[in-house]
Design a binder for this molecule. Structure first.
Ligand SMILES: Nc1ncnc2c1ncn2[C@@H]1O[C@H](COP(=O)(O)OP(=O)(O)OP(=O)(O)O)[C@@H](O)[C@H]1O
Ligand SMILES: [Mg+2]
Length: 322
């Protein structure tokens, strides 16, 4: 049920960030940037680190939650379910879209059902031995392959394996790592791109495509956090048919997921402009120099406006979805 849109000047906006996810540093950056922009616009806002905040305390403390959380526990439907139960409106997708977006193999299964291109993949279930997974990879994909946790983010615990030995290393989680399930994908050599979508005044806006070039082996954690390790363009310098195709696919992903409010869909553009979908981020990063803010600026939306539009989407969910 759509909630009546209040005047955001009357709201106590809780910017939720941090928590215990491996993506905590990025989440703190998102939360700090968004709450600063809201405060500078004269709105009532509070930055709340979920690592030391009991959920139930939010009920009397805030009127709406702007989610600056990323990764497990924040982007996977759990906090969304808790906020639904507490009756607190929140930004971003609901429980189902968040959970599906977080679990890459489930998301990719939906893509293939709708004939959208995504790298072929093999699962490494925690109860299946590494050796039998390696055999499946040899038979179905061959080498090289790209390995990542099924529910990871920020390029953490991901990498390229050129042979069985490298694959064995990547499939052996480090001590204390939360990820047990991995996926091994067909390796697509190419240019990482992303497309942002934002609902504004009842309309889904598709933002200009953002592309990245790096001399590192892939767009890894270091390339994402050190600007000297990458060159980026927004709008993308790729051919228009390629960028338009990604924008179309991003909108399809939004529909297929049942996403809401804001979404960022990541792609690789490979040989012959083959455009594959890697994943969808239901709570994209909100830092001022991050991809979403960069795409918004290229689309004529200044950062403070972007954040206020996102807050408003907490009140525009069209109807019930799990
Ligand atoms: N199948 C693949 N083949 C080649 N490179 C890949 C593949 N999958 C991922 N990569 C590389 O890893 C990067 C991160 O991939 P992906 O977006 O799937 O992971 P993530 O950790 O969820 O990222 P995010 O920071 O957006 O949360 C890509 O930009 C690309 O450089
Ligand atoms: Mg990504």
């Amino acid at each position: 049920m759509t909630i009546t849109m209040p005047d955001i000047k009357t709201l106590r906006i809780g910017v939720l960030c941090g928590g215990h996810s491996p993506e905590r540093p990025g989440s703190i950056a998102s939360g700090e940037a968004a709450s600063k922009a809201l405060a500078e616009a004269g709105l009532t806002t509070e930055l709340i680190d979920m690592a030391d905040t009991p959920l139930s305390s939010l009920r009397d403390r805030i009127d709406v939650a702007l989610l600056g959380l990323h990764g497990l526990g924040g982007e996977d439907g759990k906090i969304q379910g808790a906020l639904d139960t507490l009756g607190i409106p929140y930004t971003g997708s609901g429980v189902m879209a968040s959970a599906i977006g977080m679990h890459k193999p489930t998301f990719k299964t939906l893509l293939t059902r709708d004939s959208l291109d995504t790298p072929r993949w093999v699962m490494r279930h925690p109860k299946v031995s590494v050796e039998s997974t390696i055999s499946s990879v040899r038979l179905t994909l061959g080498f090289p392959v790209f390995v990542k946790p099924s529910s990871g983010g920020g390029s953490l615990s991901a990498g390229i394996a050129h042979d069985a030995n490298e694959l064995r290393v990547l499939l052996t989680p480090a001590d204390g790592e939360p990820y047990a399930e991995f996926m091994i994908e067909e390796y697509v050599q190419g240019i990482p791109c992303t497309v942002g979508l934002i609902e504004m005044e009842g309309r889904l806006r598709t933002l200009p495509v953002h592309d990245v070039h790096t001399d590192r082996a892939f767009y890894d954690y270091r390339a994402k956090h050190d600007p000297a390790q990458r060159t980026e363009h927004c709008p993308s310098i790729l051919p228009t048919p390629t960028t338009e195709s990604m924008q179309y696919m991003a909108r399809r992903v939004h529909q297929i997921l049942g996403a809401h409010g804001v979404l960022r869909v990541d792609f690789m553009v490979g040989p012959n402009n083959r455009t594959v979908i890697l994943e969808a981020n239901t709570l994209p990063g909100l830092s001022t120099r991050g991809n979403l803010a960069t795409m918004a600026r290229a689309g004529g939306i200044a950062y403070p406006d972007l954040i206020q539009h996102i807050v408003r989407t907490a009140f525009t969910k069209p109807g019930y979805l799990p």
